[in-house]
Design a protein around this ligand. Structure first.
Ligand code: SAM
Ligand code: SF4
Length: 325
């Protein structure tokens, strides 16, 4: 069993399979980075899998593939099948922007995928294009339809931004409710890679928008999930709020992150990371395990988004497109 330096059980690994992306989201990668990690520095699926087996054997029972855009990585279905075949009951999910999903969904399902989170920030084509940097909406909606049609379990993620999509919180909530899928509203997490003119909405501001139409009841956090859940009194629909600016957010953190080039990252906020690349290339399981132990020992108590006076201190330098969110 994996226990971190703060006594929290870690049972969840997020793997960013590529930093590349076909979107240029304002809050993540508004411009193409000056340089990408060279292709030869990426770990192969076999190398990533070697580490995945180590953590599964240590009790990790939830794995999410993310990016960048994970569907851009060739043979993602084969990677999913490798993990699924090793432990068929693992909670295996991906997070995707949905643009390539309509074509890929069936293959992913056959490989063993059961769940996906799809980012949906707007139902208006021009606003979706403003956020993602290109015309994306209809392909994303087609991806959601296809995933639902073939029986994949879908959740939606929306990042509300002031003056951009803030007036669509209720529309997107209704869209999700009609389709009977869960939506989680994610507070924008400030970072140096984002467009510095955007401003996120605080969790309480998101709730104010929802309360304009509904009475809501707080249900609390679901186990170690970062999502704080609410139920709408009028129709029973439940939605989530991911609020990393709140002080209790990190208390039950159960996850570590692995990047496509093998950096093992203990916290989404901080720069600290250790590389397992050499260990897995040399197939040195002991070395990979000892790096894992050190990362767990040093996992921070909490992020710094939760601190007051965000403006007066340095922002997180971690790129969401590298860590996978
Ligand atoms: N490309 C995929 C996608 O967009 O769903 C997966 C990678 S993306 C980094 C994972 C999640 O992080 C998405 O739901 C995205 O909205 C979220 N995200 C990215 N940058 C963020 C930020 N600065 N604050 C809050 N959420 C962010
Ligand atoms: Fe790409 Fe996802 Fe980042 Fe948007 S949030 S730029 S889709 S990695």
């Amino acid at each position: 069993m994996l226990i971190d330096g703060q006594g929290r059980r870690v049972n969840y690994l997020r793997v960013s399979v590529t930093e590349r992306c076909n979107f240029r989201c304002q809050y993540c990668m508004p411009e193409k980075p000056f340089s990408w990690v060279p292709q030869e520095n990426l770990l192969s699926f076999e190398e990533l899998f070697l580490f995945i087996k180590v953590v599964i054997d240590e009790g990790v029972d939830k794995i999410r593939l993310t990016g960048g855009e994970p569907l851009l990585r060739e043979d993602l279905d084969k990677f999913i099948a490798m993990i699924h075949d090793y432990k068929p009951d693992i909670d295996l999910a991906i997070t995707t922007n949905g643009f390539l999903l309509a074509e890929a969904a069936h293959k992913l399902k056959i490989a063993g995928l059961k769940r996906l989170n799809i980012s949906l920030d707007s139902l208006k084509p021009d606003i979706a294009a403003k956020i993602a940097g290109k015309d994306v909406l209809y392909r994303v909606l087609a991806g959601i339809e296809e995933a639902l049609e073939i029986g994949l379990n879908v959740k939606l993620n929306m990042v509300p931004l002031k003056g951009i999509n803030e007036n669509e919180i209720l529309d997107i909530l209704e869209y999700a409710r009609e389709k009977q899928i869960k939506i989680r509203f994610i507070e924008y997490m400030e970072n140096t890679h984002a467009n510095n003119t955007i401003e996120g909405m605080h969790g309480r501001e998101i709730l104010v928008k929802i309360k304009e139409r509904y009475t809501i009841h707080a249900l609390g956090r679901e186990g170690a999930s970062p999502s704080f859940n609410y139920r709408i009194e009028e129709n029973g629909y439940e939605f989530g709020l991911i609020d990393p600016h709140k002080h209790d957010f990190c208390e039950n953190c159960n996850r570590i992150r692995l990047t496509a080039e093998g950096h093992l990252i203990p916290c989404l906020y901080f720069d600290e990371a250790m590389s397992i690349a050499q260990a897995v290339k040399e197939k040195d399981i002991n070395k990979a395990s000892s790096i894992l132990a050190q990362v767990l020992r040093d996992k921070p108590k909490e992020n710094r988004w939760s601190e007051e006076e965000l403006d007066s201190r340095e922002q997180s330098k971690r790129a969401f497109y590298q860590t996978g969110g």
